[in-house]
Design a protein around this ligand. Structure first.
Ligand SMILES: *[C@@H]1O[C@H](CO)[C@@H](O)[C@H](O)[C@H]1NC(C)=O
Ligand SMILES: *[C@@H]1O[C@H](CO)[C@@H](O)[C@H](O)[C@H]1NC(C)=O
Ligand SMILES: *[C@@H]1O[C@H](CO)[C@@H](O)[C@H](O)[C@H]1NC(C)=O
Ligand SMILES: *[C@@H]1O[C@H](CO)[C@@H](O)[C@H](O)[C@H]1NC(C)=O
Ligand SMILES: *[C@@H]1O[C@H](CO)[C@@H](O)[C@H](O)[C@H]1NC(C)=O
Length: 857
């Protein structure tokens, strides 16, 4: 959208006038100021538009921007003087009478009745607005409250006003008098209270919805730290209060609020310091639009040039505000209500083409517009003099070549249909009402004043316009609109309006404004309250161990599921590392497996040697079946190492301990049996010894069987009462899940070990005692040595076992199994093998016997 902001910004000029004029003329003393000598009191007339009709609509419209009243003693007038005609507001007046004309021309609408109007300019001042209401109701210049001087005037309802400031007092009066009212611009939320204002309607939405939209907009851009500049009056306070509520609900914090006073108390240094020192680059403007508000803003121009301003609907609807300072308002965001309804019809265009001071010579405002915007002279020399003085422009004779449509507000882009809609809705309602009344009785209608029932009809009115949308007021008497957000950009005196969402916005310095108190916390961090009380200011702290946050600006971290653990960035959970001795992927496993297999092969070789030399004396000595059993059990214990590798499951956990307990029990009890056999053999060598009958396989086998069965009973009890099971240990190492076997019952485990230890200890003691006994081939000293090794391995294993975790525990166990089995294997069998293989001469009965005879005890 393109538009022209004229060089003649009436607001800017008026400020100049007020400042220049009010001060020097105040004392009534003679002055150099030419304005002080002007006397326009005789020419001044109120801005009043009247058209008589069967039914009349009252109108309180803001046409002029400013009322200079007796409280501000101005040199040239000492009563109420409205100045500052605005093209935009004139457009609203035009819409008003265009709507009335359309209805009167339409035969189907209000048949046989004409609609009239009586309109006054409120000049944006509540006192003037209230006065206008009484003027309309009395029908005279001088208002007479509660009295109509003009006979049977049928005022049905009122349209007006633009600002909340003027609308609220009118609404209070009209509510008492029972008149319905449709405002075309007041957005004050308090007007939605149906109990206080039952007859009030509006063709705009109340501010709360725009605050809601504003909150969403700020959220969208991630602007959570904003400043607010508002007017220091009741409506400014209320707006601020509502706005804060919506901002807080979106989690947006307010860095500062500055309230701008009117002329009487000047904007303090404190306030400017706040704005200068603020860190946010987004400032929201709300409150009442006034000249002084804008004037005060210019005190902080240098800082506002760096900030992006967001204007509430109130200010945004007023393009004069935006045009006031193109540098400040450049790249600002502006809220504008969006209607599904436009006035750019051919009838409207031809109506506008005819709108000229020559065709409407009595239209005072139109004349003003021509003077201000087209710089044309009027008929009235006093007025010409005043306007030349106020607007600092030379006026000239115009010949009628200027058109109203040359002004931006009279082009389709700028038209907003609030006033037209208000008049249209009221006339439709009057029509409906009239139709129902005439059905009842024509006579009644004559007497009826329409007034007291109009609001009932307005409440329930629903009608479809020809081009689609349905019009109705919601339960709060509001007409629901969309919110359009424009990004304004000034270039070469033109304003370019970009609708946010349709095109990419332009920013000051071409960078997206930043409005945050603290930088966002990345995933992996959480917000921690900082020293400032504001929730938008925070520090970012890393999530604690085991916790993650996967969104930006997380307020808290949460724990990963049990089986998962944070990744390095702490922004998502990953599966924990599993800790167990696996067959693959582990150097230790490879080492264990190869040593286990190597030992197993050695064991096999020894067994092979023993079987090959089965009948040789050295194998036969010391009970070869026990040796065989011992070899086999050692072999099994080498193989049992395989159960300790791999991911433990319940069944391997059970098998591990049982296999280990049983094979070792067999081994140790074989050793014990061997030792006992050495004793018995020694005793039996004495002639006539009663021990002789014990020599033999039977005793040794039953001994092994007996010792083994005790171990089996222990194991079975353990398994049946509290068997080992797979256990997942999540707590020992962070980020690791230790998959291990829980022994189930520690008593069971230690009973198995303890029993084995007992057997080993007994074997050791016996073997130690028997180590010097003479025998054909005394194994006792080897057994002593191996049992010593065995016991020391298992005794050292216990503290190591208790102090390690996870796969290290398993390594300790495997190490203990391998070393103790290997010790047993090597100590017991290597010497024999050595003799068998390398000293075959010693492996003869004669040698063994001879040795015996050579070594008498
Ligand atoms: C309008 O006036 C005409 C003539 O006076 C009359 O015939 C007609 O019925 C009136 N229409 C309505 C709706 O009152
Ligand atoms: C206004 O006038 C009506 C009748 O014209 C009267 O009934 C009412 O009491 C008056 N109200 C006030 C406040 O004077
Ligand atoms: C405008 O026209 C009037 C009468 O035609 C004439 O008296 C006056 O001097 C003209 N003013 C200018 C500024 O041309
Ligand atoms: C407004 O801002 C735009 C973009 O930063 C820049 O191009 C333009 O010149 C500015 N206009 C004025 C009037 O400063
Ligand atoms: C963050 O994690 C939660 C829980 O794991 C999950 O539901 C959510 O989808 C995640 N959000 C993102 C943005 O990854």
């Amino acid at each position: 959208m393109l538009g022209v902001i004229t060089a003649n910004n009436p607001f800017k000029v008026l400020i100049y006038v007020v400042v220049l004029c009010v001060v020097p003329c105040r004392c009534g003393a003679p002055s150099e100021n030419p304005a002080c000598h002007l006397n326009i009191i005789e020419t001044y007339e109120d801005y009043e538009y009247i058209k008589e009709g069967d039914i009349m609509i009252g109108g309180i419209l803001s046409m002029n921007a400013l009322m200079i009243d007796y409280l501000v003693p101005v040199c040239f007038y000492d009563g109420m003087l409205c100045v500052g005609a605005l093209a935009k507001n004139y457009r609203q007046l035009v819409d008003f009478y265009f709507a009335i004309e359309q209805i009167n021309n339409n035969l189907a609408q209000l048949p046989n009745l004409t609609l009239g109007y009586h309109i006054y300019d409120s000049c944006g001042d509540p006192r003037k607005a209230v006065r206008s209401v009484f003027q309309i109701l009395s029908g005279t210049r001088e208002p007479v409250p509660n009295y109509s001087c003009v006979g049977k005037r049928n005022i049905a309802g009122f349209i007006g006003d633009l600002s909340s400031e003027t609308t609220v007092p009118i609404a209070q009066i009209l509510t008492i008098l029972g008149y319905s009212q449709i405002s075309y611009g007041a957005t004050d939320p308090s007007l939605s209270e149906r109990i206080t204002f039952p007859y009030f309607f509006r063709t705009v939405q109340n501010d709360e919805s725009s605050y809601f939209a504003l909150g969403k907009l700020l959220r969208q851009f991630d602007w959570t730290w904003v400043g607010i500049i508002t007017s220091d009056d009741i409506s400014g306070d209320e707006e601020h209060q509502h706005l804060s509520k919506y901002l807080y609900s979106e989690g947006i914090c307010i860095e500062f609020t500055v309230k701008i006073n009117d002329l009487t108390s000047v904007y303090t240094d404190h306030d400017s310091a706040i704005i200068y020192l603020s860190s946010t680059s987004i400032i929201l403007l709300c409150g009442t639009v006034s000249l002084f508000f804008l004037l005060q803003l210019s005190h902080v121009t240098s800082v506002l040039l760096k900030k992006t301003l967001i204007l509430s609907t109130n200010l945004g609807a007023n393009d004069i505000v935006i045009g006031y300072d193109q540098d400040i308002f450049n790249c600002s965001l502006v809220f504008v209500p969006g209607y599904h309804y436009h006035l750019d019809t051919p009838e409207m265009r031809s109506f506008l083409a005819n709108l000229h001071p020559l065709t409407f010579p009595k239209d005072k405002l139109l004349e003003d517009i021509w003077m201000i915007f087209h710089l044309c002279l009027s008929e009235d020399p006093n007025k010409n003099h005043l306007y030349e003085y106020i607007y600092l422009q030379r006026l000239q004779n115009c010949t009628g070549q200027k058109h109203i449509t040359d002004l931006p507000y009279f082009t389709s882009d700028y038209s907003s249909p609030q006033v037209h809609l208000a008049v249209d809705i009221m006339s439709k309602t009057l029509h409906d009402m009239n139709m129902q009344l005439s059905e009842k009785s024509v006579k009644n209608r004559e007497k009826h004043h329409y007034v007291h029932q109009l609001h009932q009809y307005l409440k329930t009115l629903t009608y479809n316009s020809s081009d689609g949308p349905t019009f109705y007021f919601n339960e709060n008497g509001e007409y629901i609109t969309r919110h359009l957000i424009y990004n304004y950009k000034f270039a070469n005196g033109l304003v370019i309006k970009n609708l946010i969402g349709e095109s990419s916005p332009t920013w000051k310095n071409n960078t997206i404004p930043r409005a945050r108190c603290s930088d966002s916390c990345l995933p992996g961090f959480r917000k921690a309250p900082s020293s400032s009380a504001q929730s938008c200011c925070y520090d970012c702290v890393l999530c604690s161990e085991g916790e993650i946050s996967n969104i930006t600006d997380s307020t808290s971290c949460f724990k990963c599921p049990d089986m998962e653990w944070p990744n390095e960035g702490k922004n998502h959970c990953i599966a924990r590392k599993e800790d167990f001795l696996s067959y693959t992927n582990d150097h230790i496993s490879v080492f264990i497996l190869s040593s286990s297999i190597l030992l197993f092969i050695i064991n096999l070789l020894i067994l092979r040697v023993f079987i090959s030399y089965w009948d040789t004396p050295i194998v036969r000595a010391n009970n070869r079946s026990l040796s065989f059993l011992l070899l086999v059990s050692i072999k099994l214990s080498f193989l049992s190492v395989f159960l300790f590798l791999g991911r433990p499951v319940d069944i391997t956990c059970m098998l591990r301990n049982i296999t280990f307990g049983i094979t070792f029990s067999i081994a140790v009890s074989s050793v014990l049996a061997k030792t006992i056999m050495v004793y018995i053999a020694f005793k039996a060598t004495k002639p006539g010894s009663s021990w002789r009958k014990w020599v033999g396989v039977k005793l040794s086998n039953s001994l092994v069987f007996f010792c083994l069965s005790i171990q089996i009973i222990i194991c079975m009890t353990w398994l049946s009462i509290y068997p080992p099971f797979q256990e997942l240990d999540l707590h020992t190492y962070p980020g690791t899940i230790i998959i291990q076997c829980n022994e189930g019952s520690a008593i069971g485990f230690y009973s198995v070990i303890g029993y084995m230890g007992l057997l080993a200890a007994v074997s050791f003691v016996l073997a130690f005692l028997a180590r010097t006994l003479p025998d054909s081939f005394n194994e006792a000293k080897y057994i002593t040595f191996s049992m010593l090794l065995f016991c020391s391995v298992w005794i050292t294993m216990i503290p190591a076992y208790l102090s390690t975790k996870g796969k290290n525990t398993v390594c300790v166990e495997i190490f203990a199994i391998l070393t103790s089995s290997a010790g047993l294997l090597f100590c017991t069998f290597l010497p024999k093998c050595f003799i068998i293989l390398f000293r075959p001469e010693m492996n003869t009965k004669s040698h063994l016997l001879g040795k015996k005879t050579l070594q008498p005890t």
